[in-house]
Design a binder for this molecule. Structure first.
Ligand SMILES: O=P(O)(O)O[C@H]1O[C@H](CO)[C@@H](O)[C@H]1O
Length: 301
């Protein structure tokens, strides 16, 4: 008996939020709908964070579909997130790239935010490169640093906010997926070696990403607390996508661009703002493109 039937047979009340997570067959239909619009059959997926959509510039023979044209896809409402699915070739390999994502603070439920990842899985994607803009908590980080994510803290998850809440469909993955190896070690090693070869070592780091719900930026005390528990950078995305990707067996690499340094001192006149986030994205855009495209050239998919 599948999880949903089991829930019902026990007379459990399932909230509309939980039941509205799309069943496998509907994710299959959406995947089919998209694949009818492109001849590309990508094994690599890329998600672009705030201001990082420039990664799409490296894609050859691009075929573009607006999220608004795809059944069930969340439409991006935040500046710096174009809201387009881009198919094409990167370093000779077929890819699907999300130019922008959706976030909890836009009002979307987690299953909708992460639907594109399940669609990627059914398209045949085996590796996902997920990027974001993040505030630096680590005192050694500078604006413009690129952080290879080695682990995350799912802070919303501490209160039960997890994209896997609800009946589990084993066709996607197990009820209790491990997360301790979510960020593939081999991919991280390759990224570090390539960063060295490209002369990027001065600004490429490795660290821990913590997700908060947003949209308000963190207070000074929140930043201090997050640093104390081992986080190097903070943002409002990525973790739900990584949980869903890892659940269905996709290999993951995460990159955070440190777009601002978090305010760690009380009464500092500095404040975080989205304009600075987008400007830093512009500044480091070419280096990020170079790092990702060089990596993709080497990837066995
Ligand atoms: O995580 P991405 O989508 O890169 O965006 C980051 O930038 C926005 C804040 O400036 C927030 O949405 C934060 O999560």
């Amino acid at each position: 008996m599948d999880d949903l039937k089991l829930h019902r047979s026990k007379g459990m009340i399932i909230s509309p939020e939980i039941t509205s997570a799309l069943p496998y067959s509907e994710v299959e239909d959406i995947t089919k709908e998209i694949l009818e619009k492109t001849h590309f059959r990508p094994k690599l997926g890329i998600i672009c964070g705030s201001g990082l959509g420039g990664l799409a510039e490296s894609i050859e023979n691009a075929e573009v579909i607006d999220y608004s044209e795809i059944t069930g896809f969340p439409v991006s409402t935040v500046p710096g997130h174009a809201g387009r699915l881009v198919f094409g070739k990167l370093s000779g390999k077929p890819v699907v790239l999300m130019q922008g994502r959706a976030h909890i603070y836009e009002g979307y439920p987690l299953h909708k935010i992460t639907l594109p990842v399940r669609v990627m899985k059914l398209m045949g994607v085996t590796t996902l490169i997920v990027t974001n803009a993040a505030g630096g908590l680590n005192e050694n980080y500078r604006v413009g640093d690129i952080m290879i994510i080695k682990d995350h803290i799912n802070l919303p998850g501490f209160s039960g906010v997890n994209p896997l809440v609800g009946p589990n469909d084993i066709k996607f993955g197990p009820r209790f997926p491990a997360m301790s190896t979510a960020y593939d070690m081999g991919l991280r090693q390759t990224a570090k070696r390539i960063a060295k070869e490209l002369g990027f070592s001065d600004f490429v780091r490795e660290g821990v990403y913590v997700m908060l719900g947003g949209p308000s930026f963190e207070t000074v005390t929140e930043c201090r607390m997050l640093r104390m528990v081992g986080a190097d950078a903070t943002g409002m995305s990525t973790v739900p996508e990584v949980i869903i990707a890892n659940h269905c067996g996709i290999r993951i690499m995460g990159l955070s661009l440190i777009t601002n340094c978090c305010v760690m001192e009380y009464d500092s006149p500095k404040v975080a703002n989205h304009k600075e986030v987008l400007e830093t994205g512009q500044m480091r855009s070419k280096d990020l493109q170079k790092l990702v495209s060089t990596m993709v050239k080497e990837l066995e998919l």
